[in-house]
Design a protein around this ligand. Structure first.
Ligand code: GDP
Ligand code: MG
Length: 180
């Protein structure tokens, strides 16, 4: 009876301990996995430049709500008025397009809100949120659909690549303004 008693205590104990140590192993593996996922996520974190254009500067709060709802953070922000010169420099890539002068005049016609956005795949995520260049063709749920008018007055600018994002951010913000 004693032996049976020992076995009947020892066996479940071994099972419990074995099970427990397996659980610990399993949970360590899970936490290692979580760390690896976090590392991957960190690598996906991007920054992009957003400009809320003169036609929508007074809608900045509503636009920022849409930006935050899309999983992006506004990590730096300034309201300013672009000189014609600065607008021309910013859109230099379009200098041979027929709309260049008109675009630069529009961009310097009133206050703009310039922002650095941060989040996973921020460049493409924000481009999707902006919608089509021509606001009349922008998809439902996009910023341009909600606040834009046409192919010039389209409420917002967003960098089109990670490389351009870095250039555009540094042309408007110092490292101190972004917080490192
Ligand atoms: P985005 O990257 O979607 O902003 O578009 P683009 O880089 O092609 O053009 C830059 C900006 O120029 C647009 O956001 C519009 O404000 C303006 N724009 C683009 N196409 C036209 C056009 O055909 N006519 C006029 N007037 N403005 C345009
Ligand atoms: Mg563009």
């Amino acid at each position: 009876m004693k032996k049976v008693g020992l076995i009947s205590i020892a066996l479940p104990l071994t099972l419990i301990c074995g099970g427990f140590s397996n659980d610990v192993k399993a949970s360590q593996t899970e936490s290692e996995k979580t760390d690896a996922t976090k590392e991957e996520k960190k690598e996906d974190m991007e920054r992009t430049l957003a400009i809320i254009k003169p036609d929508a500067a007074d809608k900045a709060d509503e636009i920022n709500k849409m930006i935050e709802a899309a999983g992006l953070k506004v990590i730096a922000k300034k309201t300013t008025r672009l000189s014609l010169e600065k607008a021309k420099e910013f859109y230099e890539i379009h200098k041979d397009r027929p709309f260049y002068d008109s675009l630069c005049e529009f961009m310097s016609s009133g206050d703009v809100v310039i922002e650095v956005l941060e989040g996973p795949e921020a460049v493409s995520r924000y481009r999707t949120l902006m919608g089509a260049t021509d606001a009349r063709k922008a998809e439902e749920g996009t910023i341009r659909k909600a606040f834009g008018t046409d192919n010039q007055k389209n409420a917002v600018h967003g960098s089109d690549s990670l490389e351009n994002a870095a250039k555009e951010i540094s042309s408007f913000f110092s490292d101190e303004e972004i917080g490192g």
